[in-house]
Structures are given as C-alpha cells and as structure tokens.
Design a protein around this ligand. Sequence first.
Ligand code: ZN
Length: 316
Amino acid sequence: MKFGIDMGHNAPPDTGAVGIRREDDLTKAVGTQVIAKLQNLGYSVVNCNPSWASSVLDSLRKRVQAANSNRVDIYVSIHFNAFNGQASGTEVFATSSAGRKIAAPVLNNVVALGYYNRGVKNGSHLYVLKNTAMPAILVECCFIDSRRDMDLYNTESMANAIVKGLTGVSPVEAPPPNQGTPSSPISANPEVLKLQKALNRLQIRDRNGKSLVEDGITGPATQSATDRFHSIMDLQTLSAAGAATWKAIEEIFERPILRPSHATGKAVRYLQFRISSAIDGIFGPNTAAAVKRYQQSNHLTVDGIVGSQTWNKLIG
Ligand SMILES: [Zn+2]
C-alpha cells in the first residue's frame, strides 16, 4: 500500500488561509507527522508537495502529477478551513464511493478528538480530487480562525487521528513522561509540580476550564493544560513539557515591558491570549487596542503599554 500525502499549499503563490494560525504552518506540521507515522507503520509514502510552483494551478497540477506518476494507492490532501471565526469543526471531501469509504473513518477519528462533525462532503469541485487517478480525499482538519478549534488543536493528536483513520492502527505514541507504567505506582514528581504551579499562575486552565490540582502527577488535566499552553506559545509539536516550554514560561515570568510596534515573542503571545487578541506574537495596533480595553476594565492607567502595573494584574 502506497500513500500520497499532500500538505496543502506551502508553494507560493499557492499559500493557505490565515486566521488565529496560518494554514501553511499547520498543514506542514500535520503532514510531516502523518508521513513519518505512516512510514513507521511500514507504508511507503510519496510526499506530493511541490518544492516550487509558478502559479496556483501549477502547484495543484504538480501535486496530482506526483500522485499519478508514482501510482500511489490512496491520495490524501491535508488542509485547514477558515471562514468567519464562528464556524468550526472537521469535514472530509471525496468524489468516488471508494474515496468516501476512506473519508469516513478519517473524519470519525478526527471528530473523536472533540471537533464538530461537518460530515463527508462531495469534493467534485476540488482540482486535486477530480484529477487524481486513485481514490482521494481532502481533509479540512478544523478551522484556523475558530478560537474553539485552535484551543483544541494539537498537531500530534491530529496526525494520529488521520493515520488511524487511514490504516485502522493507532500510531505508537511515546508514553507521557513522569507517568510511569500502569503497574508501577504513580508518585509525585517535583518537575510536574513546578509546571502545575506555573500553569496555575499563568491561568492556563485544563480542558474543563479548571485550575490544576498541584499534586505533581501528570494526568489528563495537566496534560490538557500543557497542550493548551504549547498551542498558545506556538510549541504545539511538543507532546510534553520540555526545555522550550520552560524557556517560554521564564520569558513570561520576566514580565518584560511590552510596547506597541516593539515587542514580539512568547510574552506577547501570552499577553494576546490573556486579553483575547489574535495570537500572532506581534504587538501591533489591534493588540494595543486590546491592552487599552484590558487596562480600562481593570482600572489601570490606560496607556497601551504593558508595564509592571499591568503585569501585576495579569500574573501577579
Ligand atoms: Zn487549504
């Protein structure tokens, strides 16, 4: 069995949508992992992404040509949706009945992660589905401009769901660190305790919107809060807290003075998360306006600059 995996766009001028996150970044992240996981399971995989394209049509033609000339058995194009900020969920396009049979389990596995089920849809208007010679699907993983979807989004779980949908086999996942094997007793880990305290101070809640119990044990609550923090920090490829996680936490705890048109980076991403501004890590005019609204509603000096007063309010 040979798969053709197409990471949508990523071939300027063929670029994807931009919302809270960039479609190009996510299709590449998920696609890269899907390819690796399929290969780990023993499948041969053709990466159908062109390295360059002269036009959008040329980009699409090259993807189809890669699939057809390599005679892959199943073609999978990975995309992310964008609409009006309100729409959310997963949909998978197919044209043939063979394609629909492949689409359904992929959709079901992604939806099992918590995304709204938008169904298997007719993709006869889609160039790559119309022109590939084999059963083909196009996965719209979720909406990059939906806060709900982006909070839920995790690269590794998305890739695992797609691979399980395609093969019926769940890719082997590294066991969560500090959790021990089921037979060994779970004991408190100081590093995990430190992480729980940091996430609580940062007001990063678990999947149920609750603060973490500071017990030094990595359970689903701590894992979901960690995933959420990684997603905010643009570290969603991490499945567990690591050096990059701690670097980001330290950067925030340093409470740097953030000024419009000057500040960038992890502290800005965190700020944007807290004041409900689009998270892009750049302190532009929209972020400045949101800072002012936050200062106003918290009875702080309204200057649009995040100094010690505003940091005190944000993280104490
Ligand atoms: Zn797309």
